[in-house]
Design a protein around this ligand. Structure first.
Ligand SMILES: Cc1ncc(COP(=O)(O)O)c(C=O)c1O
Length: 377
């Protein structure tokens, strides 16, 4: 059997191992050490934000961002329904309530017009949410200007879940730096990885330093262990920060290759009836973290699950889009505004292998298998 092709596996440059060896040589094998500060600093410089704290995961980052803006049990949080559960679980950890908002059909991110209508309706009943979590999906920024405007109007905090969007742009700015706080993930499939990890960023120093304290079991500045509030063990290890520091040097190269992979698929599959690619919004760079196709089964002759299974028989991993949160058994009972757009995207979307180490031969093989399927049926 040929070597398995994964959806988006880690891609090391060589520099990560140099940095990890340095951390070993200096014996910084703990959740403290010089690589953490260096990684945070380099990350801040790259995305253009004042403060950052490296964490054990992106999910931890969302949790701490919510706590940092004062979310409490019973508060409502508006969040995109088309996302990964990591955007939403932390809302429930706190005892707050997610309200799921549908996507708009072009960028697939939260629909700003639907959001504005929903907030206007809520304002009339005096029941506004405490915050909104805007997710930037698959490497494309959400349309932030109207979202920021309407949230400022009603005094609602904006948290950006930029887990999938490192390297993308919104009118020249980095998604994740536009709202009150932004969160990134360095999970193994992300554009850069620390094997697992996350980063919480903000221009608000107090918010980031509070998150840093909570992430270290809320230890007070005392020589003994003193605690005045509940904390979490959410710190990133210095070893993983060394990997992240090494990965920082290749972000732009990874974005270039991701976009090249998207272009390859589009060039070689774009003419097939019933198979559609998503455009890039005029407001900024799409990283194409994952190339996603939308399949019209009536015209193509097979649905996304049949294509996925066919690729799987050739040891090639592909994956449906995120199953919307309002369709997840665990989130039944929470309110949803709209939902049909996200459901349709889930029904028809397939993420194709998009790893930056994919060879041209592998890409050609994936393309020819999908083309063959189109002509067979
Ligand atoms: C949109 C989104 N939000 C949150 C997360 C959670 O990040 P992590 O896996 O680092 O906890 C992920 C990815 O894993 C994600 O894709």
């Amino acid at each position: 059997m040929t070597q398995r092709i994964y959806l988006s596996p880690p891609h090391m440059s060589g520099e990560e191992l140099v940095q990890v060896q340095q951390a070993f040589a200096d014996n910084w094998i703990s959740p403290a050490g010089p690589h953490l500060a260096a990684f945070e600093k380099k990350f801040c410089e790259y995305i253009g934000v004042a403060h950052a704290v490296a964490l054990g995961s992106g999910t931890a980052g969302i949790h701490l961002a919510l706590l940092g803006i004062g979310v409490q049990a019973g508060d409502e949080i508006f969040v995109s329904t088309l996302t990964f559960a990591g955007s939403v679980n932390p809302i429930v950890y706190i005892g707050a309530k997610p309200v799921f908002i549908d996507s708009e059909p072009v960028s697939w991110n939260i629909d700003p017009a639907l959001l504005a209508d929903a907030l206007q309706a809520r304002a009339k009943t005096g029941k506004l949410p405490k915050a909104i979590i805007v997710v930037h999906l698959y490497g494309q920024s959400a349309d932030m200007d109207p979202i920021i405007d309407v949230c400022a109007h009603y005094g609602i905090a904006v948290i950006e879940d930029a887990a999938e969007a490192l390297g993308s742009r919104y009118h020249g700015r980095h998604p994740g730096t536009i709202g009150r706080a932004g969160v990134f993930s360095f999970n193994g499939n992300k554009i850069i990885t620390t094997s697992g990890g996350g980063m919480l960023v903000s221009d608000d120093k107090e918010l980031v330093e509070y998150a840093r304290k909570l992430a270290g079991q809320s230890r007070e500045p005392a020589v003994h262990y003193e605690h005045t509030e509940i904390g979490y063990n959410y710190r990133m290890s210095n070893i993983l920060a060394a990997i992240g520091y090494g990965q920082m040097g290749v972000i732009e190269e990874r974005v270039r290759r991701k976009r090249e992979i998207y272009d390859y698929y589009q060039t070689h599959l774009g003419d097939i009836p019933g198979l559609n690619f998503t455009g890039e919004m005029s407001y900024g760079r799409h990283t194409r973290w994952l190339t996603v196709i939308l399949i019209d089964p009536e015209i193509f002759g097979a649905d996304r699950e049949q294509i996925r299974q066919m690729l799987e028989t050739h040891n090639i991993e592909s994956r449906p889009l995120w199953k919307p949160m309002h369709l997840q058994p665990v989130f039944q009972g929470y309110e949803t505004i709209g939902g049909e757009v996200a459901k349709t995207l889930f029904d028809h979307g397939l993420c194709l292998p998009s790893g930056t180490a994919l060879t041209d031969d592998q890409l050609a093989r994936i393309v020819s298998l999908i083309r063959e399927m189109a002509v067979q049926v």
